[in-house]
Ligand binder design. Structure first.
Ligand code: ADP
Ligand code: MG
Length: 221
């Protein structure tokens, strides 16, 4: 369960002030599959980072029940000098798993990532697609209650995307809550129960997936 009440995030630099989120309120139940849509800069990543705990809100309140696993913008939570394997352990530690617990999960993660011997090479030598494979493999193999996926999947190849969508189905059947950013209207229609449409940091609409996709496409025409 995710309950967000009047969430506001203001970024301040020396010269500019940006209101990335402005009094956003919504509630997502356990087991829902929600897509977040909206043009660049509307606040999608900021919202996901606050839900994940990477950023704290300027005002408002957020309540979360369950363990969150996240695949944010590329790079977050990884050390690029470390090998893929070392990064798997690093991520595990950050999520509160012991070395032994990660030993048990290692094979599953390596298999899902399927990047061959690159798994032993420093992450800085990876293509963005390889990196996405590794990061996604880690995020889904730590038994999250809530899985958060930013646009990361869009850098992957079509085969990996399909594999991820299959995995989403399995997670959904197991009652995992999924919150993901996508510009792929087709897969959003097919997979999601509800869509959150953000517009300049405010909730433009939050409702049944097909309905919100229609509204969104009509507006953009
Ligand atoms: P989206 O993911 O929907 O493209 P973001 O949540 O990344 O949008 O950004 C929302 C707004 O907040 C944008 O105007 C962006 O420039 C601004 N922003 C995001 N992160 C920062 C930051 N660290 N410092 C200053 N402004 C930021
Ligand atoms: Mg973003």
């Amino acid at each position: 369960m995710i309950k967000i009440i009047n969430l506001t995030k203001i970024f301040r630099t020396e010269s500019v002030q940006t209101t990335a989120l402005n009094e956003v309120s919504l509630e997502i139940s356990q087991g829902e599959f929600v897509a977040i849509m909206g043009p660049s800069g509307c606040g999608k990543s900021t919202l996901l980072k606050i839900v994940t705990g990477v950023l704290s809100p300027t005002a408002g309140n957020i309540q979360i029940e369950g363990k969150v696993s996240a695949l944010l913008e590329l790079g977050a939570g990884f050390n690029e000098e470390y090998s893929g394997i070392e990064n798997i352990y690093l991520n595990g530690r950050m999520m509160g798993y012991s070395r032994k617990e990660m030993d048990e999960r290692l094979n599953g993660i390596v298999e899902f990532a399927d990047i061959g011997d690159f798994i032993n090479q420093p992450v800085k030598t990876y293509s963005s697609g390889m990196f996405a494979r590794l990061a996604f493999a880690v995020a889904i193999n730590v038994e999250p209650d809530i899985l958060i996926v930013d646009e990361a999947l869009s850098v992957g190849d079509i085969f990996f995307q399909n594999k991820c969508f299959k995995k989403f189905d399995e997670l959904k059947r197991n009652g995992v809550t999924i919150l993901f950013v996508s510009h792929d209207i087709g897969s959003v229609r097919q997979m999601c129960s509800r869509v959150l449409w953000l517009d300049h940091g405010t909730v433009r609409a939050f409702g049944e997936a097909a309905h919100i996709c229609d509204m969104y496409m009509d507006e953009k025409r």
